[in-house]
Ligand binder design. Structure first.
Ligand code: HEM
Length: 142
């Protein structure tokens, strides 16, 4: 990202593409019709925010990281409704400042193509039970 003016778009598209909060949980307080099924009162629902962010009926070419998106609904990475993230404006501002400064200070920064994982093969985090490999310093020492 060499263009600092893209910082806000980078934040939004990164949040849509691979949200830091992938899912949330809700309980039905009364019987609810959803997708042609009835969820009885007391049911626990696990909305997968990350999947909603890639709904092909909402986003064109949803698996593509695309900074040129226009006129598409807001992603659900800050959730929705009464529990919508209280600090969404703060998080957005911090991200925007960070990306803008990064682009200004390191204009040559780019993705090392060979090391770039594809969205299809790289989960955003290890499967449950699998530990993240330890990080090592460039000199091989921990
Ligand atoms: C990129 C950064 C962040 C993301 C993606 C994020 C995401 C979320 C999500 C998805 C929820 C709703 C959870 C739910 O529906 O059950 C939430 C709620 C909340 N977030 Fe964030 N958050 C971020 C940063 C922050 C920060 C920096 C703060 C505090 C300084 C914060 C404070 C809160 C609070 C207090 C709630 C609860 C709101 C409520 O239940 O009424 N968040 N956030």
């Amino acid at each position: 990202m060499a263009d600092p003016s893209l910082a806000a778009r980078v934040v939004e598209e990164t949040l849509r593409y691979d949200p830091s909060v992938q899912a949330t949980a809700r309980m039905a307080h009364e019987d609810v019709e959803l997708g042609g099924r009835t969820l009885p009162a007391g049911s626990i629902v696990l909305p997968i925010l990350a999947a909603a962010n890639r709904d092909p009926q909402v986003y064109r070419d949803p698996a593509r990281f695309d900074l040129s998106r226009e006129g598409e609904p807001e992603h659900l990475s800050f959730s929705s409704g009464i529990h919508y993230c209280l600090a969404a404006p703060l998080a957005r501002l911090e991200g925007e400042i960070a990306f803008r400064v990064l682009a200004q200070r390191l204009p040559e920064l780019h993705v090392a193509a060979a090391a770039a994982p594809s969205a299809a093969t790289a989960p955003s985090r290890p499967p449950a039970g699998q530990r993240t490999p330890p990080r090592r310093a460039a000199n091989g020492r921990d």
